[in-house]
Ligand binder design. Structure first.
Ligand code: BGC
Length: 799
């Protein structure tokens, strides 16, 4: 199983039209910074986009659109350290775009985090050159990256020109839809030659005034011998490059090593970024030495993330690719940083590096492998509690109202207007009304607490996040005397196609079932959290929040009397009024447009609106089945005084399934999940879709703008919680597998409450092995069978 093939992605041939897609998938990163897999020497154009991003480094700019000033905060594309070109004498650079490409193979090695490119190129005069590139962004040392180009003149001898530099002439121009918006975020500060082989570039973000320093050292070798050649410098205020000309001979391999460092004024334990960047390189060895430490760090990362499936060729490989991207976005370095987890990883500029509710899909995979990084991501939210309290206050609510899109300081970053590429028109964007993100955050706190048992976090930070969001839900809920129930109005559910009622003047929906039920869930957890706190802390928090008995009684009251809409046949209705909407002629739109993922854009371009139809972008009401077990839902409905029969679930899944365009990659994950136990074939189809989503860019052009981290991590989670059937209930780890026909085995390693274990699922048997090296034990259950798992113990359950 663990063959090299399962650890590599190989692309044969240079394909300009697929280049940006490959660049996103071949992004290398270490949680601190990342660089897309662009050709060295490429500049941003129709084919390439060599983006470099430092996690959580944003800048805010204003643009006037149709008379309205719109402000957007964006993850900033940083100066390009990949700038390295080789050229034959005074001829062209060795570049697949201007030469005949005789061979071209690009390989992403997931196990070692290395991107390799092999090319054989021929210029107009018949001179052939073999080029091998190896690249890494060090997992061992967060500020470090390295690039090695080996060139062998196949049938010529002469002069080789090497140009290596740092290019600060970059903008945020990857996403075509954003190009009318201000895309400049950097201003030059200085360029400098540090020593004969090292240059430095310093820039600053225009609004957030973060200073960024990159230094790069370039050396050329023939075997072990250093070649100095004839050197010169090209220096401007926003870019700097060294040029060296060396004599090369036919058949001899010459190696150019470029080692780069990146520091910013956001970093910890530094004096000043321009002081650190060149200083750091002084102690850094050559490519091989950097590589060895990097490979070791990846080995340790993968040791925590073993996951393999048998039965369907290629699945393990994609699952590893998706895990790889998760680990490059959130790594052990994240624990030292103040960052959230962005929906698109640090791989592109779509959604501007913002943090959404997608955490909900990412944390389950992360928490069982990197609990401390998960904790750091929750701390990102906790630090932004004051901003969330302020947002609630300004909107007339109490508690904490976290933004739908979050960036630097936790204020609402959702754009006010968005461009419909199908029509070229700008529309108001009401997606900020997705208040349900305030259920995702407490849900994640609870998950983290259950999975780790980290009391210190819960008592000091976690409980407060739950209580403040519970308070928000209690304040947004309005009492309706005619129903004698509470309702929540003016919101959007996860399905972004519906941002209001047809012909209504005001945006927003009433009583989105997912929102209302998760609000109740949060209120219940608020009450539980208070109970669970040690006396001293409970007292402190209650005093600090002025949280008295009367308020808690109100929480309890709302949690018993929240309104939830149902259809006559018992199906949970997506929102109040859903049933009155028109049916869409799906066949017509499929025939007319082919790809109807983004039906909203199509309808709006036709002058229509999805608000009129029973048509969802993504799972909405079904999210309830994704987050809560049938048992939990029954208990919640029971509490609410609704007689809800879980027998209705298949009908409910059918109802929404036939009315969803899956315009978000998250949708396939949820649908695979909800079908996992009732329709294994259907579940597999959606699992497969999730597997395909980024490798094949199923949404036609979105992956080049950044991978979809929620769907990626969600795919891994489908294996562990969906198919292996992992479930946290109280203090017991339940494992109830249900493998689809296509899989014969799922094997994974995880940590639950400080106990590392291996879980092997086949059709007949579940084996759980406690790994040595820890003390303590946990209880594991499979159906009615139970056992205690300690170090070195093995539990076997017949299935
Ligand atoms: C989805 C959201 C998601 C966001 C970022 C949108 O297309 O509708 O649910 O949070 O993308 O991934």
């Amino acid at each position: 199983m663990s063959t090299a093939r399962n650890w590599t992605f190989v692309y044969e041939g240079f394909e300009p039209e697929d280049e940006k897609h490959r660049e996103a998938l071949c992004t290398l990163g270490n949680g601190y910074f990342s660089t897309r897999g662009a050709l060295p020497g490429a500049h941003a154009d129709e084919v390439h986009y060599p983006g470099t991003y430092r996690a959580g480094l944003y800048d805010r700019q204003t643009t006037t659109i149709e008379g309205t000033a719109v402000e957007n905060e964006s993850l900033v594309n940083l100066p390009n350290w990949l700038w390295l070109t080789l050229g034959i004498e005074d001829g062209d650079a060795l570049d697949p775009r201007s030469m005949a490409v005789l061979e071209y193979t690009q390989t992403l090695d997931l196990r070692q985090g290395i991107l390799t490119r092999n090319m054989l190129l021929r210029d107009g005069e018949g001179r052939e050159s073999r080029l091998t590139e190896r690249r890494l962004v060090s997992m061992a040392s967060p500020h470090l990256a390295a690039l090695e180009l080996t060139v062998t003149p196949v049938n010529w001898s002469g002069e080789l020109e090497i140009r290596s530099g740092l290019d600060g002439r970059v903008e945020n121009s990857l996403v075509a839809r954003y190009r009318d918006l201000e895309s400049r975020h950097l201003e030059p500060v200085l360029t400098e030659q540090v020593d004969p082989e090292t240059v430095m570039l310093v820039a600053r973000t225009i609004q957030s005034r973060i200073s960024i320093a990159e230094a790069a050292r370039t050396q050329c070798f023939e075997g072990e011998r250093r070649l100095d050649g004839e050197r010169s410098l090209e220096q401007e205020d926003d870019r700097i490059a060294e040029r060296a000309v060396v004599d090369v001979r036919e058949g001899v391999a010459y190696r150019v090593e470029k080692v780069a460092s990146l520091f910013t004024s956001q970093d910890r334990a530094i004096s000043e970024s321009a002081y650190e960047a060149p200083r750091f390189l002084v102690g850094v060895g050559g490519f091989e030495e950097i590589l060895a430490a990097h490979v070791l760090a990846w080995k340790h990362v993968w040791e925590r993330c073993e996951i393999e499936v048998e039965g369907r060729e290629g699945t393990t490989r994609v699952v590893r690719l998706y895990t790889f991207h998760l680990l490059q976005t959130v790594s052990t370095h994240t624990t030292e940083m103040d960052v959230g987890v962005p929906a698109r990883g640090w791989t592109g500029e779509a959604y501007r590096g913002h943090v959404f509710w997608d955490e909900l899909f990412i944390f389950p995979t992360l928490v069982f492998r990197f609990p401390e990084a998960t904790r750091a991501l929750l701390m990102y939210r906790h630090r932004r509690l004051p901003e969330a309290r302020r947002a609630a206050r300004e909107a007339g609510y109490r508690g904490a109202m976290f933004p739908w899109q979050s960036g630097s300081n936790g204020e609402e970053e959702t754009q006010r207007l968005h461009l419909n590429p199908s029509s070229g028109r700008w529309h108001p964007d009401n997606s900020r009304r997705q208040r349900h993100v305030n259920a995702a955050i407490p849900y994640n706190v609870w998950l983290y607490h259950q999975a780790t048992g980290d009391r210190e976090f819960f008592d000091t930070y976690g409980a407060e996040l739950i209580l403040e969001t519970a308070r928000f839900w209690a304040s947004i809920a309005e009492y309706d005397a005619t129903r004698d129930r509470y309702g929540i109005h003016g919101v959007l559910g996860p399905d972004e196609f519906h941002d209001g009622y047809p012909d209504a003047d005001e945006p927003g929906l009433s009583n989105n079932a997912y929102t209302n039920v998760m609000a109740v869930w949060t209120l219940c957890r608020g009450l539980d959290a208070l109970e669970a706190l040690p006396e001293q802390r409970r007292h402190e928090l209650q005093e600090e929040m002025s949280l008295d008995r009367a308020e808690l009684d109100r929480w309890a009251e709302i949690s018993k009397r929240m309104f939830v809409p149902f259809h006559d046949d018992g199906i949970i209705s997506q929102f109040e009024g859903w049933e009155e909407l028109e049916e869409l002629d799906w066949a017509h739109y499929r025939k007319e447009y082919g790809d109807i993922h983004r039906l909203d854009r199509i309808l709006k371009a036709e002058g229509d609106t999805p608000n009129r139809y029973k048509a969802c972008k993504q799972a909405d009401a079904l999210m309830l089945l994704f987050l809560l077990s049938a048992g939990e839902l029954v208990a919640l409905f029971d509490r609410l005084g609704y007689a809800w029969d879980p027998e209705v679930i298949p009908k409910m899944v059918e109802h929404y399934l036939h009315r969803t365009s899956h315009g978000s990659t998250l949708s396939a994950v949820v649908h695979s999940w909800v079908l996992a136990r009732r329709d294994r074939e259907g579940s597999w189809r959606f699992f497969h879709r999730a597997v395909e989503s980024d490798v094949h860019d199923v949404q036609g052009g979105t992956t080049p703008e950044g991978i979809h981290l929620g769907a990626m991590a969600g795919t891994v989670d489908l294996l562990q919680r969906g198919y292996a059937g992992l479930e946290l209930r109280g203090d017991v780890l339940h494992v109830n597998p249900s493998l689809p026909a296509e899989l014969t085995c799922v094997a994974l390693k995880l940590e639950y409450r400080n106990v590392w274990m291996k879980i092997d699922v086949t059709r007949e048997r579940l084996t759980v092995t406690g790994l040595p090296g820890h003390d303590g034990s946990v209880e594991v259950a499979c159906g009615d069978q139970r056992g205690v798992l300690g170090p070195g113990a093995t539990l076997e359950f017949d299935l």
